[in-house]
Design a protein around this ligand. Structure first.
Ligand SMILES: [Zn+2]
Ligand SMILES: [Zn+2]
Length: 395
């Protein structure tokens, strides 16, 4: 008797775990994913897919052309790790000092390879095309934007795109769906307050930028509470303040660096212009100069609600409605937003938490880990999403 989809995927578990651990032990930073991308392309070639290497430096794209015509669906994984040490002493811990897969991108790569293994075993049942996108540098490098600019959504033209992130706030076996907004726009600002340095005992002949910075910090924190509609979301955090060298010196300038998060383009622009206005006002009130730089980061990640419904329905087929939850947007950023700016799609969450096994730590923690059951689980969810989108009716 023909094996079921679930059985076929569960049989892959040891293979999936082995791949995930290999990647986990050899983490590479954004745009340096040389070994990871080699591992990925070798497997894709083994599965008989068309493989394109070297997009956005280390990105890899795989393509499976179905026997019958249909839509083209793409799925995406990010490959980069983080510049930090792993604190867990597990046999598969990072072997590279100062590098760790603390965001689960090792799992994302593994899951997509599992999906490739699955569909390459049933090429006759595929109609349309399936494209696998393995991108570099999600953690700040914007690898996704470069992949899009280099044409990853063309030839064949992608009709829908799906991505997932492991999620330590949901138990393994559960899926989280965003109805529309998933993650925030994440921008950065740098402010310099330029005063006039001098002796600390003669403030009247200097212009003290530290006092002005104090006022500015409290003023900036009034923006979200007083200028943003309470039903919208925004965050401004000043993460770094630097200025001054000694107790008896008034410095020439103080620098503030911060991040701004928002879930819609109007709020994004409002926050930007208010921060600058407030800076100008405070600087003027102390008769000082200022410099204001604003750097746009990843845009808001906006899901297509129809595609999110499709993901919810497809996943529910495998795990039941009760295991599919609608989750609130996060004020973190995610460069999958660039794909969703171009084609409809959805970004969803794969629970990877397991309290009994002590797998409870958040992303980017030196103790972060996943319950490896999420690997076959993630494969199954992607297979079901693709099945539903392409109308394959795999059982
Ligand atoms: Zn991350
Ligand atoms: Zn991540």
């Amino acid at each position: 008797m023909e094996k079921s989809l679930k059985e076929k995927i569960n049989e892959m578990k040891d293979w999936l775990v082995q791949i995930r651990r290999t990647i986990h032990m050899h983490p590479e930073l954004g745009f340096e994913e040389v070994e990871t991308s080699k591992l990925v392309s070798e497997w894709l070639e083994k599965f008989g897919l068309e493989v394109k290497r070297g997009m956005a430096k280390t990105g890899v794209v795989g393509l499976l052309k179905g026997k019958k015509p249909g839509q083209t669906v793409a799925i995406r994984a990010d490959m980069d790790a983080l510049p930090m040490d792993e604190a867990r002493s597990v046999p598969y811990a990072s072997q590279i000092k100062g590098r760790m897969h603390a965001c689960g991108h090792d799992a994302h790569v593994t899951i997509l390879l599992g999906v490739a293994k699955f569909f390459s075993s049933i090429p006759d049942q595929v109609k349309g095309n399936i494209k696998w996108i393995f991108q570099p540098a999600e953690e700040g490098g914007g690898g996704g934007r470069i992949m899009v600019e280099e044409g990853v959504l063309e030839n064949p033209k992608v009709d829908a795109v799906f991505g997932a992130h492991v999620f330590p706030f949901l138990s393994v076996g559960k899926v989280g769906i965003y109805e529309r907004e998933g993650l925030a726009a994440a921008d950065r600002f740098t402010i310099k307050i330029i005063g006039k340095g001098g002796h600390a005992a003669s403030p009247h002949v200097s212009k003290d930028p530290i006092l002005a910075a104090g006022h500015l910090i409290t003023q900036i924190h009034s923006i979200v509470s007083r200028n943003v509609n309470p039903l919208e979301s925004g965050v401004i955090t000043i993460g770094k303040v630097s200025g001054g060298t000694a107790s008896n010196i008034i410095p020439d300038e103080v620098e503030l660096i911060g991040t701004v998060r928002s879930l819609n383009p109007q709020v994004r622009e409002e926050l930007k212009s208010r921060i600058e206005q407030v800076t100008q006002g405070v600087a003027r009130s102390f008769s000082m100069d200022y410099r204001f730089d604003f750097e746009y980061g990843y845009p808001v990640l906006i899901n297509n609600s129809e595609m999110s419904k499709l993901v919810a329905a497809a996943c529910a087929k495998g795990i039941g409605k009760e295991c599919v939850e609608v989750v609130k947007p996060s004020m973190g950023g995610e460069d999958f937003a660039y794909y969703l700016e171009k084609v409809p799609g959805s970004f969803f969450r794969l629970g990877c938490r397991n309290e009994e096994k002590g797998i409870i730590h958040p992303y980017h923690s030196s103790l972060f880990d996943i319950d490896e059951d999420v690997l076959p689980f993630g494969v199954e969810m992607f297979v079901r999403v693709i099945d539903q989108y392409l109308g394959l009716e795999i059982t």
